[in-house]
Design a protein around this ligand. Structure first.
Ligand SMILES: Nc1nc2c(c(=O)[nH]1)N[C@H]1C(S)=C(S)[C@@H](COP(=O)(O)OP(=O)(O)OC[C@H]3O[C@@H](n4cnc5c(=O)[nH]c(N)nc54)[C@H](O)[C@@H]3O)O[C@H]1N2
Ligand SMILES: Nc1nc2c(c(=O)[nH]1)N[C@H]1C(S)=C(S)[C@@H](COP(=O)(O)OP(=O)(O)OC[C@H]3O[C@@H](n4cnc5c(=O)[nH]c(N)nc54)[C@H](O)[C@@H]3O)O[C@H]1N2
Ligand code: SF4
Ligand SMILES: [Mo]
Length: 736
């Protein structure tokens, strides 16, 4: 297949974002190159692209990956991590064979096993757990594509306890808040009309470091078109440097700022009156509630001056309805996160941005059909039982909740006995890993399906090496966007070593469990072709085009002027006042509550992303490791001076509970961080020596996050209430 016709779509100025493919001349032009459609697995944005191969010494080799022009997630260009994805395939530290834990001379080791042996072992143990306890005592954790194959097997076996860290450790509070307000959980990609917006407000969202591709590109387009960017962040983030206003807020006080903005917008009549009259419920109550939440009140809490609060509110009001207060993504910060997200939802509502051009559009997608199979068995316990009746407004299983419910307790008549962990490194992902470790000690079986030897693989009874996304077929990506799209991932190379694709592993396991009728296809090609034909395409067509754009069913991307609309909420309206919160004993409107502050000599530990890495999953990737081998601790110059810290000096961190970082971290002295906080990128400080590049490089934020502030509404794990102090030499570790 030739490689012509790859001119880039519109090209916003992206030179402030490191590493994006910049122009056609970086595209493959070798006429001998073959290309295979894929979508990226380096992060969860799932950009669609092409994997190119070329012949080297008579053998076809993976060469490079570029974006697919028809794909709205990538618009034809990949971020540096996606471009570096070839490194996942090439990484010689990858998991190579199935492994079974065994005890030899009193020592625990892993031995290599065949696939048959490993899967027989798992099926036997799962049958035993089903008989001795119940199939519903098996839980799965999964993050990333491929999860559906395993979920089907588990549903057929008799459990629905399937959870992802992208809920209670990431966007759960936002999902609940937006669902209660607008009757929608937003999803991914978020339906934000950023390219048409006149004003974008970022509360912590650090786009440009958070590299969610389409959003970064659209923000650049909006900036080029003169949109106002307002960034609220205790740190001068990359996007703060592109913003008209940077509000260096005191951490943990955003709710006060949001309420003051609502105050100004209502008091100064800047809200969208006809919209509110037509669509909203509870405006008068809101108006009385915010009377005293003035900019002067918020100033004392947030440190943001009243005139700045007023001016930024006016910017939003004048841009309305083409304004977006970004709902954020990783929002589990301080335990009152659902309420902070509610404040964001309410602010968007009064500005009339929901359903409007330059605000939130109405996304449309398609769901893939399942091949007919027998009904799933009845469940004697569900994931909801894990939380003992708490968090009724939550809509998905909590990964942290399942961990807790795996530790036997008199409060429960059943605890989880076995875990299947697919593509999530729970030890570094769920805060307070003491609970995770205690849960694991109580399991009768833990199976880990991963591509790399990470923390969690070290605790498994059986490790199953999945091949990388470049070596496999996977589920069809059928995401919602301005129009529905389908995207295919197919292998561009044979699986290396003795690794296998997830779909194959799941199907084998189903058959060994006697559940073959739930996976009624010979191979994944047959399944995908069947699904694609139901959706108006075929495997053959998708292999050629990679991405198929479908027409919208309805022409309703935005509301028409004055259109009647019923929201999917209890009142059928946008709920400014939340009756369901009140019914569950929570405040109808978001309330600011003060959070603990660091003691003298301690600094709030905040963390975030870097453009060239995704969590800990890329730190050993040979391409990306070279771009950023370790993280550094951002320290304000005043603090550095007080402590006598020098640039690049290695220090150890100790948190409020006496937990000391395993590895030291280098100091980066910069004005770009407030004096009450320090900052590091998450995903470094790996403990597994088999990660030959990533081991011991930088420090790990997760181990210092021992204080978890639980969100009472949905169980999210607030992680930013931890404080650290510095040691220039490694202190003797205290018992925490
Ligand atoms: N390159 C890259 N991009 C990614 C990822 C990745 O691993 N790498 N991961 C993806 C995923 S899964 C997610 S969920 C998103 C997360 O990305 P975002 O949703 O953008 O994450 P946040 O936690 O909002 O962003 C961290 C920012 O919050 C600031 N901050 C800390 N405390 C406060 C506070 O109290 N108030 C305010 N206003 N700001 C504060 C920090 O200084 C930092 O700049 O990124 C996605 N994109
Ligand atoms: N301390 C701290 N904790 C956090 C965050 C933070 O910023 N700081 N962020 C939170 C957020 S927003 C999120 S979304 C979660 C993310 O949590 P996770 O998704 O658990 O994050 P990763 O560290 O990327 O772990 C992914 C695992 O998947 C493996 N993997 C990669 N590709 C494949 C594949 O193709 N197949 C399989 N089977 N495995 C694969 C990787 O090797 C790695 O072990 O973490 C949350 N937890
Ligand atoms: S944003 Fe980057 S890493 Fe994420 S899916 Fe797209 S190209 Fe891959
Ligand atoms: Mo996330």
């Amino acid at each position: 297949m030739g490689a012509g016709g790859l001119a880039l779509a519109t090209t916003p100025v992206l030179n402030w974002v490191p590493g994006f493919l910049k122009s056609d001349d970086e595209m493959p032009d070798d006429s001998k190159a073959k290309r295979y459609p894929t979508y990226c697995e380096v992060c969860f944005w799932q950009c669609a692209g092409w994997t190119y191969t070329k012949e080297v010494e008579g053998k076809e080799k993976i060469w490079k990956i570029v974006g697919n022009n028809d794909d709205p997630h990538s618009n034809g260009r990949f971020c540096p991590r996606g471009t570096g994805g070839v490194g996942q395939y090439e990484d010689e530290d990858r998991l190579k064979h199935p492994l079974i834990r065994e005890e030899k001379d009193g020592k625990q080791t892993f031995r290599e096993a065949t696939w048959d042996e490993a899967l027989d072992f798992i099926a036997k143990k799962m049958k035993y757990v089903a008989e001795k306890y119940s199939p519903s005592c098996v839980a799965m954790f999964t993050h990333g594509s491929g999860g559906k194959f395993f979920t089907t097997v588990l549903n057929a076996y008799g459990t629905n306890s399937v959870s992802a860290p992208s809920y209670a450790q990431c966007k759960g509070p936002r999902d609940v808040a937006f669902n209660e307000t607008f009757g929608s959980v937003l999803g991914s990609p978020e339906p934000l009309d950023i390219r048409n917006t006149k004003c974008l407000v970022l509360i912590g969202s650090h786009l440009g470091e958070n590299m969610h591709n389409g959003q970064v590109q659209e923000m650049s387009e909006a900036i080029d078109n003169g949109a106002t960017i307002i960034t609220v962040d205790p740190r001068f983030s990359t996007v703060a440097s592109k913003s008209k206003y940077w509000l260096p807020i005191k951490p943990a006080t955003d709710i006060a700022l949001l309420l003051a903005w609502i105050n100004v917008i209502i008091e100064e009549d800047l809200y969208d009156k006809p919209y509110i009259e037509k669509y909203a419920y509870g405006f008068e109550e809101l108006k009385s509630y915010i009377v005293d939440k003035t900019p002067e009140w918020a100033y004392g809490i947030t440190g943001i001056e009243p005139n700045v609060i007023r001016n930024t509110a006016r910017e939003m009001g004048h841009a309305s309805p083409a304004v977006i207060i970004h709902p954020g993504r990783h929002v589990t910060w301080y335990g009152d996160d659902t309420q902070r997200s509610r404040a964001i939802a309410i602010l968007n509502a009064i500005l009339g941005s929901w359903g409007r051009r330059g605000g939130f559009y109405n996304a449309e997608g398609l769901s893939m059909k399942s091949m007919p199979h027998p009904p799933f068995p009845e469940l004697d316990h569900t994931w909801k039982d894990a939380t003992l009746g708490k968090y009724k407004l939550g809509e998905a299983a909590l990964a942290s909740g399942i961990c807790e419910a795996s530790i036997p307790s008199p409060l429960r008549d059943c605890s989880y006995k076995a875990w299947i962990v697919n593509g999530t490194n729970l030890i570094k992902t769920i805060p307070n890993n003491k609970v995770v470790l205690e849960a694991i000690q109580n399991l009768e079986l833990m199976v880990v399906i991963d591509t790399m030897p990470v923390d969690i693989t070290g605790y498994a009874d059986v490790v199953l090496p999945e091949c990388t996304y470049l070596e496999r077929y996977d589920e069809i990506r059928a995401s919602k966007h301005r129009f529905p799209t389908l995207a295919l991932r197919m292998p561009a190379a044979e699986p290396k070593y003795n690794s296998k694709p997830g779909w194959w592993i799941a199907k084998q396991l189903a058959e060994k469990l006697g559940l073959g009728q739930y996976v009624p296809y010979k191979n994944v090609e047959e399944l995908l072709d069947w699904q694609l034909k139901k959706a108006g395409s075929s495997l053959e067509e998708m292999k050629k085009i990679g991405v198929k754009k479908l027409d919208r069913e309805f022409d309703d991307l935005y509301f028409l002027n004055g259109e009647d609309y019923e929201f999917n909420t209890a009142s059928g309206k946008i709920e400014l006042f939340s009756n369901s919160f009140v019914a569950e004993g929570f405040d109808a409107f978001p309330k600011y509550t003060a959070h603990p502050e660091p003691q003298a000599g301690f600094y709030r530990l905040i963390y975030g992303r870097a453009p060239m890495h995704t969590f800990g999953r890329t730190s050993n990737n040979p391409n990306l490791h070279d771009l950023m081998p370790e993280n550094k601790l951002w320290v304000n110059p005043k603090v550095a001076k007080e402590w006598g810290l020098k640039a690049d000096q290695e220090i150890w961190l100790e948190n409020q509970d006496g937990v000391v970082s395993t590895f030291p971290i280098k100091v980066r002295i910069t004005e770009r961080i407030r004096i009450d906080s320090v900052y590091m990128v998450h995903g470094f400080g790996h403990n597994n020596k088999q990660l030959t590049r990533a081991y011991a490089n930088g420090a790990c934020d997760s181990e210092l996050i021992t204080n978890v502030m639980l969100d009472p509404i949905m169980g999210g794990t607030g992680m930013r209430g931890n404080f650290v102090t510095f040691h220039s030499e490694k202190p003797i570790k205290k018992e925490a």
